[in-house]
Write a protein that binds this ligand. Structure first.
Ligand SMILES: [Zn+2]
Length: 61
């Protein structure tokens, strides 16, 4: 199961959708106002690049 973050363009509602398999258009519908005019937010884990160091952490050099 995967989760996706969405923001509704109509009412500004931010919500998370859990889907099994592929994300379908009907899964994107805003639960608050029912609009399909939503946009997907990118997951925050994409911003974690660079925080993992290859060494075991024996000082910062
Ligand atoms: Zn909405």
């Amino acid at each position: 199961m995967a989760s996706y973050d969405f923001v509704c363009n109509e009412c500004g509602n931010q919500y998370e959708v859990y889907v099994q398999g592929f994300l379908k258009d009907k899964d994107k519908k805003c639960p608050k106002c029912g609009s399909t005019a939503v946009r997907q937010k990118f997951s925050s884990f994409l911003r974690n690049f660079g925080s993992c160091s290859p060494s075991g952490g024996s000082g910062f050099g």
